[in-house]
Design a protein around this ligand. Structure first.
Ligand code: URA
Length: 200
């Protein structure tokens, strides 16, 4: 008999007690993906940040606000997309005071988390996956695709009918001048709009 595909809610519950790597030890909770199971577009970021770790939802902190703004500019409703991360626990180091400094997840942590991303892909079955930033690109494509070289191209990967790679929304927040920020935001929104048009 064919194995029943679990629901996204069942997988989310399972991921709450994930011990595939050590990142759970310092994190508050697993931050699983969010959005409708019927989503046609999936956006993949790196890992939850400080705010996401506390709230248990992806993209609710400053990078999430930059993403929301770009989605609006691209004419995409956040409620219809599925938002997730390559790694589901916040990796951080103690900083000055009670600050928690974000640390990039390494390759073995990305590999350890991959089964959750695979489960999300096989349940949601998005028509297009937008990989935002180097970690998401590395997790899904390995070394074959590079953000700066391949940004904005519509790709046909094995894991979904279509995919696109673009920058991470936090890169908009790291720009130095208003002019650069404006340009970075417009370029990011343009990529998101192109991804939406590819599945029209
Ligand atoms: N950055 C990410 O990559 N994902 C989040 O959920 C928040 C910030």
């Amino acid at each position: 008999m064919a194995k029943r595909v679990p629901t996204i809610e069942e997988v989310r519950q399972k991921a709450r007690s994930c011990r595939n790597c050590d990142l759970w030890r310092r994190a508050t909770q697993t931050v699983f993906g969010a959005g409708p199971s019927s989503a046609r577009m999936m956006l993949v970021g790196e890992q939850p940040g400080n705010e996401e770790d506390v709230q248990g939802e992806p993209f609710v902190g400053p990078a999430g606000q930059a993403l929301d703004r770009a989605l609006r500019e691209a004419g995409i409703h956040r409620e219809v997309v599925y938002l997730t991360n390559a790694v589901k626990h916040f990796k951080w180091e103690p900083g000055p005071g009670d600050k928690r400094i974000h640390k990039k997840p390494n390759i073995s942590e990305q590999h350890a988390c991959r089964p959750w991303l695979d489960a999300e892909l096989s349940i949601i079955r998005p028509e297009i996956v937008v990989c935002m930033g180097a970690t998401a690109v590395r997790a899904l494509f390995g070394k074959e695709i590079a953000v700066l070289r391949d940004r904005g191209k519509i790709l046909e990967p094995g894991f979904a009918p279509l995919a696109m790679v673009t920058v991470h929304p936090s890169s908009i927040l790291r720009t130095r001048t208003d002019e650069d920020r404006h340009a970075a935001r417009a370029a990011f929104a343009k990529d998101l709009r192109k991804a939406a048009q590819a599945i029209k």
